[in-house]
Structure formats: C-alpha cells, structure tokens
Design a protein around this ligand. Structure first.
Ligand code: HEC
Length: 84
C-alpha cells in the first residue's frame, strides 16, 4: 500500500483554505498554516468525532470523514510545513 501523501490529499482542501493554507476558509476558519502539526491533528480528528469546531464544523466533518489516521497525520505535516 502507498504511504499517505499529504500534498495530494491536501489538493481537495486548497479551494477553501488556499494552496498554501494561507486563507481563512469561507472567511470563517483560522489560517491553518499558522497551526502546528499537533493542533492540526487535534482539529481534524475532532471534526471526525464531533469534539472540535465552530458553527461550520458540519462542513469540515464531511471533508475529513473518509480520512484515515495516517492520512490526517500526513495532511497535518504537509500544512504545518507551509507556514513560516
Ligand atoms: C468547502 C470549504 C472547505 C474545504 C474544502 C475544507 N475546509 Fe477546512 N474549514 C472550512 C471552514 C468553513 C472551517 C471552519 C469550520 C468551523 O466552524 O469549525 C474549516 C476549518 C478547518 C480547520 C480548523 C481551523 C480552525 O478554525 O480551527 C482545519 C485544520 C481544516 N479546516 C483543514 C482542512 C483540510 C485538511 C481540508 C481537506 C481535507 C479542508 N479543511 C477542507 C472550510 C473548508
């Protein structure tokens, strides 16, 4: 099996969060490239299990529901490298 590829997994996120994770998605989210890897993992797992998020968490739940633990780790690593 191929290792999870954070860069290609992130392509479907870029429309809202920006290619560098530099945008506030729909004017609502944090700038995600300013979050560290651990906080990104907490947020993405939290959207999956409903324990994290604001008014639009239902939207993000749909985005992450099919991602595995490995996928989430790879995406978080990819995004956190884009900031700074
Ligand atoms: C249709 C637009 C859209 C897409 C596509 C999308 N997001 Fe989001 N994202 C949002 C919005 C809106 C929020 C704020 C949700 C809330 O109210 O908690 C958010 C929140 C987040 C947060 C938490 C930031 C915070 O404000 O706490 C992370 C991390 C995140 N998204 C990552 C991703 C990743 C990774 C993907 C791709 C798998 C993705 N998003 C796809 C719109 C989107």
């Amino acid at each position: 099996m191929l290792a999870a590829d954070g860069a290609s997994l992130y392509t479907k996120c870029a429309g809202c969060h920006g290619s560098q994770g530099e945008k506030k998605a729909l004017g609502k989210s944090k700038v995600i490239n300013e979050m560290n890897q651990e906080d990104l993992i907490t947020a993405l797992n939290g959207y999956k299990d409903g324990s994290y998020g604001g008014a639009m968490k239902g939207l993000m739940r749909g985005q992450v529901s099919k991602l595995s633990v490995e996928d989430i780790t790879a995406i978080a690593q990819h995004i956190s490298k884009k900031g700074n």
